[in-house]
Design a protein around this ligand. Structure first.
Ligand SMILES: N[C@@H](CCC(=O)N[C@@H](CS)C(=O)NCC(=O)O)C(=O)O
Length: 201
């Protein structure tokens, strides 16, 4: 299986983390986002959105990081990472959707305007994202006070996905100190070999 990504892509990182956690064999193909390689016809043929990650699993191509994680977990029967029981799965899906629609966009906005945009970074966009995080993170903290991981006693793909977004916030020196349960949970996720192995260099 070939994973197309970029070391600074949190979306590609979550797929790579799952592969590491589940010992799923993969080769990593760096797509040079800085050079616009994602818009070359050969890459657009894989993902017409011009974004990483994408996987090519023996000719079967999937894009969108969380769709890829679901596919890989199902294919490799990683049932603790992505449960098969409909009710347990529904909770993991809820946190995955929350990650894509609530936490992810704000983390990406802060990361983009702090690091990727260079001197075109927009401080107002960062402030706007921080306002949203003031609504999002207290909820996450409240939930993590009740459980070790987002969906129970074991980490799932939802924990991996959310951790990669919090990693973006950390790279922007965002202070999680007012959220003790999030801080504790994130500390646990950061200690996992799958996280340390995928730290962008
Ligand atoms: N929702 C997508 C987001 C993918 C995404 O935004 N990828 C970024 C890197 S994190 C990218 O490839 N950006 C290149 C570009 O937009 O030109 C996913 O989860 O896979």
């Amino acid at each position: 299986m070939k994973l197309y990504g970029h070391p600074f892509s949190n979306a590609a990182r979550r797929v790579q983390m799952l592969c590491e956690e589940c010992s799923i064999p993969y080769t990593y193909q760096v797509v040079n986002l800085m050079e616009g390689e994602q818009y070359k016809p050969e890459f657009l043929a894989l993902n017409p959105n011009g974004k990483v990650p994408v996987i090519d699993d023996d000719g079967f191509v999937v894009w969108e990081s969380q769709a890829i994680m679901r596919y890989l977990a199902d294919k490799h029967k990683a049932k603790t990472w992505y449960p098969v029981d409909p009710r347990a799965r529904a909770h993991v899906d809820a946190w995955l959707d929350w990650n894509q629609t609530r936490l992810g966009p704000e983390a990406a906005k802060i990361m983009f305007n702090t690091h990727f945009a260079g001197d075109k970074g927009n401080p107002a966009a960062i402030e706007d994202a921080k306002k949203w995080l003031l609504k999002i993170l207290p909820m996450m903290d409240g939930e993590l006070k009740q459980r070790k991981y987002l969906c129970g006693d074991q980490p799932t793909v939802a924990d991996i996905a959310a951790a990669t977004n919090l990693a973006y916030l950390e790279m922007c020196q965002y202070d999680l100190g007012t959220y003790p349960a999030v801080t504790k949970w994130f500390g646990g996720m950061k200690a996992r070999p799958s996280f340390t192995k995928t730290i962008p260099k």
